[in-house]
Structures are given as structure tokens and as C-alpha cells.
Design a protein around this ligand. Structure first.
Ligand SMILES: *Cc1c(COP(=O)(O)O)cnc(C)c1O
Length: 491
């Protein structure tokens, strides 16, 4: 990095802060708390403002450009969401305030539960989990609690198709279950024959990501669910990405028993270093009593004169708490705003355009890049980042080279069932012009891979940090920015 650090910019005696005259008696500062050797930089406010503004533009973000990171649904986060979350009535409330002083917040949470139930087709909803993975953990805990409540304790296995998201097997084994893989068939669906073979009375459930990580909607999803139900298992739907389904199909109607929904993907709340997640969990009527505590409910119905009173209640057989307080409230406000801004028809359009954008890219790119499963895709698709006649070029090289063209790379090496996978999710918020310039870059890179592969191997060339040594980065972790050897230099 050639950029001077804030320490190098320091100039002795320069100040950026003027303290007001103290209006309390002065006292001696305890000397033993002072460190003489702290090299605090001395700068004017303008130097600090410029330094941090420059730093803020070194990272890539959705506000800077196209971010086709498959499975992560990096859609644009509308600024109105931020305005709403910052309203003092939402932002300045304390989680321990008595319920009767935060009725507006509770009303919003209650309505959000109702919206998500309506969108997903489930009978009950908890807003508590603070990420998709935590929603999964909650859901699988509910599967366990359900079987235990019936005295059915021999069910120790969770089935996971090989096209599932990586968090699914992790969730199951964190929950103490044995993970049993189920292969995909040639069309990228769950292989029904193989599924039947592993379904018996030791199966607690199946975790299904649908659309799966190939971006494909399982054509036999109803049959898959039926087979698991017939064996006495429950079916968990990974609904992190509802972006292809809004207003088109409801997982609850398909027969799923439990599902988490990532507000920080489909419902546009910032993520990826930009904000905490939120992974509400929906369940069927048979499972509502197992939801985490508490859920928001109407504790006193409206009368002619008074609005309803909202409060927290504990479901009868609750698995307990999964998070302190009441979920990521600020994220719930943002997602609520997003849902209200779009309305039912708008949400359906979101999904229609997300699917259209993904298919548009897929159809152009498949002439140049290998498309292992050539079917209409949903919100994303997976191509291969390698060619037989361009030996040595890998998906990683393509991903890195995209940065030189000012695009965030797609997800790579995932899903594992595709060799040199590049998983591309454009989302609905991108224009045709943006998609076309991404296509241009992808086609140029394919050409470079054949004519000048070194350009790809050394990429990125234009970013603040070049190609990193990934092995060194993993083996020789530097987790603090202070390098004692170099005395007065910070990274
Ligand atoms: C993102 C994602 C998850 C995990 O969600 P987090 O909020 O990152 O924990 C799970 N499943 C799928 C399909 C996802 O895309």
C-alpha cells in the first residue's frame, strides 16, 4: 500500500478537536494511568475526514457497484429503510422498557410476524434468531423437541442433499444429529430413489435448500416432502433466499414444516460487514408451541375505543430463548419498511425480475462458460470457471480478474458438486445496462484466459491489495494491526 497511514500524516502539535472550557473543577489526572509511549497521531479534522473517507472507498460495497455473490442476495439496500430504522421512536427505545411504553414497536413486530406468515405460508413465526444459521439451529432444535415430545427418541439422523447450503450439515451436527447425505440426480434434483433408500424410522428430518445452491427449483419437491413425512420425519426448508419465490409459491403450502427466512437477503437489510443479520423462523400449526420464547402476541384485543394491547408470550413447549432480548429490532424495522414499500404485487415483481435477471445472464454466458445444469434457473445459477483449452486457469483467477473490471466476484468453489464453480446471483435491483457490462467483462476474461492467462493469474491489478497468498494468510494469521517490529508503522 502506498497510501500514508494516519501515523505518517501526523504532525506534532496539530489538533482536530477543541474542547470547551471545563465547567467542573479541574482535578489531577492519575499519572500511572498515562502511557508516554503511545504514538497517538496529531492531525487536523480535515486530515482525519479525508483519511477515513479515502479508506471507506477502498472496500467494495453494494453502494459502489454490482455484487453478484451467489446465495448472498446482495441486492441494493434502499435508503428509506435506514431512515425508518433511525426514527427516534424505534432507535431510542430500550429492550428492557415495559411493554406498555413500546406498543408501537410491538405492533410493528406483530405485523411483521403476520407478513412473514402470509408470505411463507406458515402458521407461526419467531423473529428472534439473529442469522440464517441461527434460524437453522432453532428449526432443528424444534425438530428434536417435536420428536422428543412424542417419545420418539430413536430419530438421530438428518438427511442433507448434496446441493444444500453448507450451513445445513453444520447445523444438524451442532444439534447432535448424524448427517446423512443424499445425492442429486442428473437434473440437479434430489435423487428420489436414493432418498427412499435412506428414509426409515431413525430419520428425524430432511433439510432442503430450495431453490438449491445450483439455483434450481427441485421439480419433485412435493414428492420429496411426502417421502420424508411418510417415514415420520419433518422437513426443514432453508429459506435464506426467498428471492425467487415471493408471491409465487409459499413453502408452507408445499408441505415444509419449518423454515428460516433471511431478512438480510430477500428483504434488503444490509449484510456482509454492513449490519447484523436476522433469520426469523416459521413453523406449521403442529409446531407453533415449540417456537423460541417469547413471541409477540395481542394480549388484549382491541375494543371500540382502544387499540389492541401487544405483549410477549411464551409458547407452551418452547425450546427456550435463542437470543438475548427481542431479535435484531433495527433489521426488523428495515425489512418491514421494504415489505410495506413493495406491497404484495411489488414483492412478486421482485422475484420475477430476480429470476429474469439470472436467466438473462445465464443464457448469454452459457455459450462461453460451461453450464453443468442447463435448466431455467431461479434467482441464481452456477457455471464452471475453467476450460479444457485454457489449462491452468481456475475459477479463482476469473473471480480475481473481475475486480479489475470493478465488479465484485461471484461466489466461487461452491456448491461443491460443480467443478470450479462460479455461482452468480444478480438480484432484481440491477439494470440491463449493468448486467450487460458484467457480461462484457466475463466475455473479455474468457478471451484473456485463452490469450494471456498470466493476466488472470496475477489479478487483481487495480485494487488496493493485490493477489494474496492464501496459504500464508491462513497459516500465519495477523489479527492485530500493530506490528511491533516496525516500531512506528501501522499496517
Ligand atoms: C446465507 C445462507 C444461509 C446462512 O445465513 P447466515 O445469515 O449467513 O447465517 C443459509 N442457507 C442459505 C441457502 C444461504 O444462502
Amino acid at each position: 500500500m502506498t497510501e500514508p497511514t494516519i501515523y505518517e500524516l501526523s504532525s506534532i502539535g496539530r489538533v482536530g478537536v477543541l474542547f470547551p472550557e471545563p465547567d467542573v473543577p479541574l482535578a489531577e489526572f492519575p499519572r500511572d494511568l498515562l502511557r508516554e509511549d503511545l504514538p497517538l497521531p496529531e492531525l487536523a479534522e480535515v486530515d482525519v475526514a479525508r483519511h477515513f473517507t479515502n479508506l471507506s472507498t477502498k472496500n467494495y460495497s453494494i453502494d459502489k457497484g454490482f455484487y453478484p455473490l451467489g446465495s448472498c442476495t446482495m441486492k441494493y439496500n434502499p435508503k428509506i429503510n435506514e431512515e425508518m430504522a433511525r426514527l427516534p421512536g424505534f432507535a431510542m427505545t430500550h429492550p428492557l422498557q415495559p411493554a406498555d411504553t413500546v406498543q408501537g414497536n410491538l405492533a410493528l413486530m406483530y405485523q411483521m410476524q403476520e407478513f412473514l406468515k402470509e408470505i411463507s405460508g406458515f402458521a407461526g413465526m419467531s423473529l428472534e434468531p439473529s442469522a440464517g444459521a441461527q434460524g437453522e439451529f432453532t428449526g432443528v432444535s424444534i425438530i428434536r423437541a417435536y420428536h422428543q415430545s412424542r417419545g420418539d427418541i430413536k430419530r438421530k439422523k438428518i438427511l442433507i442433499p448434496d446441493s444444500a447450503h453448507g450451513t445445513n450439515p453444520a447445523t444438524s451436527s451442532m444439534n447432535g444429529f448424524e448427517v446423512v447425505g443424499v445425492p442429486s440426480d442428473a437434473r440437479g434434483n434430489v435423487d428420489l430413489e436414493q432418498l427412499r433408500k435412506v428414509c426409515d424410522d431413525t430419520v428425524a428430518g430432511l433439510m432442503l435448500t430450495n431453490p438449491n445452491t445450483l439455483g434450481l427449483f427441485d421439480e419433485n419437491v412435493v414428492e420429496v416432502i411426502k417421502i420424508v413425512h411418510q417415514a415420520g420425519g419433518l422437513v426443514y426448508g432453508d429459506g435464506a433466499n426467498l428471492n425467487a419465490l415471493l408471491g409465487i409459491v409459499r413453502p408452507g403450502d408445499l408441505g415444509f414444516d419449518i423454515m428460516h427466512i433471511n431478512l438480510h437477503k430477500t428483504f434488503s437489510t444490509p449484510h456482509g460487514g454492513g449490519g447484523p443479520g436476522s433469520g426469523p423462523v416459521g413453523v406449521t400449526r403442529a409446531l407453533v408451541d415449540f417456537l423460541p420464547t417469547p413471541v409477540v402476541a395481542i394480549t388484549e384485543p382491541a375494543t371500540e375505543e382502544l387499540p389492541p394491547l401487544y405483549g410477549f408470550v411464551r409458547p407452551a413447549h418452547s425450546i427456550g430463548r435463542v437470543k438475548a432480548f427481542w431479535g435484531q429490532f433495527g433489521m426488523i424495522v428495515r425489512a418491514f419498511t421494504y415489505i410495506r414499500m413493495h406491497g404484495p404485487d411489488g414483492l412478486r415483481k421482485v422475484s420475477e425480475y430476480a429470476v429474469l435477471n439470472a436467466n438473462y445472464l445465464m443464457h448469454i454466458l452459457k455459450d462461453t462458460y460451461t453450464l453443468p445444469y442447463d435448466r431455467t434457473c431461479m434467482h441464481e445459477f452456477v457455471i464452471q470457471g475453467s476450460w479444457a483449452d485454457a489449462p491452468g486457469v481456475r475459477a479463482l483467477d476469473i473471480a480475481k480478474r473481475l475486480m479489475d473490471y470493478d465488479f465484485h466476484p461471484p461466489t466461487n468453489y461452491f456448491p461443491l458438486i460443480v467443478h470450479e464453480a462460479l455461482m452468480i446471483e444478480p438480484t432484481e435491483t440491477e439494470s440491463k445496462q449493468t448486467l450487460d457490462s458484467f457480461v462484457d467483462a466475463m466475455l473479455k476474461i474468457a478471451q484473456e484466459a485463452h490469450t494471456n492467462p498470466e493476466l488472470l493469474h496475477d489479478a487483481p491489478h487495480n485494487t488496493p491489495v493485490g493477489r494474496l497468498d492464501e496459504v500464508k494468510a491462513a497459516k500465519d494469521l495477523v489479527l492485530c494491526c500493530w506490528i511491533p517490529e516496525s516500531e512506528d508503522k501501522l499496517l
